[in-house]
Design a protein around this ligand. Structure first.
Ligand SMILES: *Cc1c(COP(=O)(O)O)cnc(C)c1O
Length: 825
């Protein structure tokens, strides 16, 4: 039934002022009346909460305005479904975007409270593993900035990604408790809660008009409760909602049990329900084949779709217009079950026929693919889906029949190609392929860099691309320049503003004006001074956390990202070992002093990744304590890499290591953050590095190694790496040192298998890229010895970064996938 109950000109409270005086009196008021503390006894966490509540009020004013505008204009809404949002801290971002950073600092100073201390006290919301989750967070900020009415939907994990500590150089995982002090940013919306079913069976139901309809009767229900966080864009123009779902038991059932005296049973059910949103799966580029993971995926997909459909019905009263008013983007396949769930809602609940429902579904969904790694492609056993989601499984079969029918009609597909595009993998035990489901249920499938999107067409989805041409497109990733330049590097922001004026903060393409200052010695010296100050700050962090002293005048050579064999931290550390022995055997030479900085988490079950962390720490121990090296080489591993640590490390980097095996990194976004902050990249032609080369030019980036084509060729020929090792004395010596226990005298065999793998198959081309990498590093040394050249390159990296703004990425999604207008994109 159509309902238009909203009175769009209802009164609003007076807007909160942004002056120091207003902020100061309100912080005191929040501290007193909302936190319940007298300033004479208030602790830092109390001040933090009072400050966040004060800033939040200013954002709420604009939040209400943004939402009214969307209701008023009936603009299309975008829904971004992601199992991960790697948000990090929110307070500095929010203050900076609404322009109250300095007044808040001044207001707090009058209470003798330091804003910087409070910023560092805020917990880092790590509701994601790495790049995919951080992309979702950057997109939320950019969608607000370019004025798109958008909602992010995800899960409110009680424990985000684990906290990483080191124990004798080994990674130890500890639970992260980001909610321990409460979360002043969020609003619990008990009224926006939905029942989510699991299990049970499907029953035919007779309609009064004589037709039959199928109805899913789940055996089990739980409640999805919404928690909303406002996300404010640049200059506070628009505020969107990040809606995270929390699982709770459904009360009446529990109450029955409790009243019947089954207290234990009631508690068990309660904790079983809550388990669905208790932890984030700590995997990156590997699927987590756990029943609980599938429950999480369906839980948040179903809640989000029920919410979207309810909102649409409230505004328009009819689902026929769904795809005109709603665009849903699937961030990877984790929410792909949404396709079957929307079909169920349209057909079983709203009585729509199959054909129009299928058309509407495809017109509504877009799917972003993030990986080609076969081991990372999500599949679920048919039996599990039949048990957990029987109706959705029926729908998946029906979709598959439709797709296979269309393939046969088109013709020209071999049996193996048909098997390839089927939603069901029939090899061995039958499994549902979530990538294929996401593809066929979407009108747009995008990769995240030019190279990755081409490879999608050529490899993973070649047959589906022929069946449904024009659906695959590219949207190269981006990062928000607010967080990754303005906020994390205030020194550089100030310098750029002095040189070309502050307008670049509203239009990052203006950064290109820096190009003509790149060879100006005065500007270079200023640029270098900013970099050095950032390095001094990072050196302090390294000293505080690890007790290692590093010189801010050495080159800071940085590789920070998840630890994975394809990202090749191993290549980097082997090169460090080779360099170490060069320095020892040629002490007379003029070596470039380097600090090699590593950080990153390994998935807890990924043995080789954890062993690589241990190797980095073992090498660090030997190299850092060898007087023969005279401090020319230092190796540090900073524990617990997260958004906040990234914000400290990246502005201090001279060299950015982006050295993945070509063809394996879908895009990378770390590379873009380093570029913005004036680091020079050493990298392979992989992911978005290819486009960085186009933007910044070959004179300002150091590229090495096998291309994606060559990697594929060598793998197809099963070429052995032995000859590469035999041909390179430096490599052979480094490998022998590591595998014979030079760095692990307490366990000489520790690295035997890890290094043995390089002789055996070397899937990631570490041995075969080694010489090219080492030569590229010597080129880097030469550049470092010509500081004028170095800083002109560094400046040009910042100057040409604007294309990697997530505002550009989001504007392309808006125009080419969602069909929504943007401002200033
Ligand atoms: C940007 C970012 C990533 C992604 O880094 P890549 O180098 O693209 O893998 C991962 N984790 C954090 C905390 C980040 O900020």
């Amino acid at each position: 039934m159509p309902q238009k109950p909203l009175v769009l000109d209802a009164p609003v409270p007076e807007r909160r002022a942004l002056t120091t005086e207003a902020l100061q009196s309100e912080i005191l008021e929040k501290l007193t009346y909302s936190v319940g503390k007298d300033p004479i006894v208030a602790r830092p966490h109390d001040w933090l909460k009072a400050t966040i509540l004060t800033v939040r009020d200013r954002i709420i004013d604009q939040w209400m305005e943004s939402s009214r505008e969307t209701w008023r204009t009936s603009n299309k809404r975008v829904y971004y479904l992601s199992l991960e949002f790697l948000i990090g801290r929110l307070m500095r971002d929010a203050m900076s975007n609404i322009g109250v950073m300095e007044p808040v600092r001044a207001a707090l100073k009058n209470f003798n409270v330091d804003l910087g201390d409070l910023i560092n006290l805020e917990p880092d919301a790590a509701l994601g593993n790495g790049g995919l989750g951080r992309l979702a967070a950057c997109f939320m900020e950019s969608m607000a900035t370019v004025n798109i009415p958008a909602y992010g939907y995800g899960i409110r994990y009680v424990h985000g990604l684990f906290r990483q500590e080191m124990s004798e150089g080994w990674q130890v995982e500890l639970p992260e408790d980001w909610l321990a002090h409460g979360n002043p940013w969020e609003f619990e919306r008990r009224e926006s809660s939905y029942e989510i079913g699991f299990g049970g069976h499907v029953e035919p139901v007779q309609e009064p008009d004589g037709t039959t309809r199928l109805e899913w009767r789940p055996a089990e229900h739980l409640l999805a409760v919404a928690f909303d966080t406002p996300i404010v864009g640049w200059r506070g123009k628009r505020v969107n909602t990040l809606r995270l779902w929390s699982a709770q038991p459904i009360d009446p059932i529990l109450l029955d049990k409790f009243n019947a005296g089954d207290h234990i049973g009631a508690l068990e059910e309660s904790s079983r329900a809550a388990a669905v949103t208790r932890v984030l799966y700590p995997a990156d580029s590997t699927p987590s084949g756990q029943e609980l993971r599938l429950r999480q995926e369906f839980f948040f997909s179903s809640a989000s779709l029920q919410d979207i459909v309810r909102r649409h019905m409230q505004a328009y009263g009819d689902l026929g217009s769904l795809s005109d008013k709603v665009a849903i983007q699937l961030n990877d396949t984790h929410p792909a079950i949404s396709i079957a769930e929307l079909m169920r809602i349209l057909i079983d609940i709203h009585g729509m026929a199959w054909a129009p429902a299928w058309k509407l579904t495809k017109a509504t969904f877009g799917y972003t693919n993030h990986t080609l790694l076969p081991e990372a492609l999500e599949t679920w056993p048919v039996g599990l889906l039949e048990r957990m989601l029987p109706r959705q499984m029926q729908i998946i079969y029906a979709i598959n029949a439709e797709v296979l029918g269309e393939a046969r009609k088109m013709g020209g597909f071999t049996d193996s190609q048909i098997a390839n595009l089927s939603l069901i993998d029939e090899h061995g035990s039958r499994r549902v392929r979530m990538g294929q489901l996401a593809f066929v249920g979407s009108h747009s499938i995008n990769g995240v860099s030019a190279l990755h999107s081409e490879l999608l067409k050529k490899t993973l989805f070649s047959d589906l691309d022929r069946l449904y041409p024009e659906r695959i497109n590219n949207k190269t990733n981006g990062v928000t320049p607010r967080r990754w330049l303005l906020q994390c590097n205030p020194g550089l922001t100030r310098l750029i503003s002095e040189r070309i004026g502050p307008d670049f903060q509203d239009d990052f393409s203006l950064l290109a004006q820096l190009d003509k200052h790149a060879d100006d010695p005065t500007f270079q010296d200023q640029f270098k001074a900013v970099k050095r100050a950032n390095k001094v700050a990072l050196a302090q962090v390294i000293k505080d956390r690890l007790g290692i002293v590093v010189s801010p005048d050495a080159m800071f050579d940085v590789q920070v990202k998840r630890i994975h064999e394809y990202k090749r931290q191993l290549l980097n550390v082997i090169e460090a070992v080779a360099q170490y022995s060069m320095i020892r055997s040629h002490p007379e030479k003029d070596w470039v002093p380097r600090v090699k900085v590593f950080a990153g988490k390994a998935a807890p079950g990924y043995w080789n990744a954890k062993l690589i962390i241990k190797l980095i720490n073992d090498v660090a121990k030997v190299v850092n304590n060898d007087p023969a090296v005279r401090g020319l080489l230092k190796v540090v591993f900073l524990p617990n890499y997260n958004v906040s640590l990234a914000e400290q490390i990246i502005p201090a980097a001279d060299l950015s290591e982006q050295i993945s095996t070509a063809g394996m990194e879908a895009s990378g976004t770390g590379n873009m953050k380093f570029m913005a902050n004036g680091a020079i990249t050493i990298g392979t032609l992989d992911g978005a590095n290819v486009e960085m080369l186009e933007q910044v030019g070959p004179d300002n980036m150091v590229i090495f190694g096998l291309t994606a084509d060559k990697v594929a060729e060598k793998r197809n020929r099963s070429e052995v790496p032995r000859s590469a090792i035999d041909a390179s004395p430096a490599l052979r010596q480094a490998l022998e040192a590591i595998s014979s226990g030079v760095f692990s005298p307490d366990d000489p065999n520790r690295y035997r298998d890890l290094i043995g793998g390089l002789y055996d198959h070397d899937w990631f081309m570490v041995a075969r890229d080694f010489d090219a990498y080492a030569a590229a590093q010597r080129d880097i040394d030469e550049l470092w010895n010509k500081p004028r050249k170095w800083y002109s390159m560094a400046i040009r990296n910042t100057a040409h970064v604007s294309w990697f703004s997530s505002d550009r990425t989001i504007s392309q999604y808006a125009k080419e996938i969602w069909g929504v207008p943007v401002v200033g994109g």
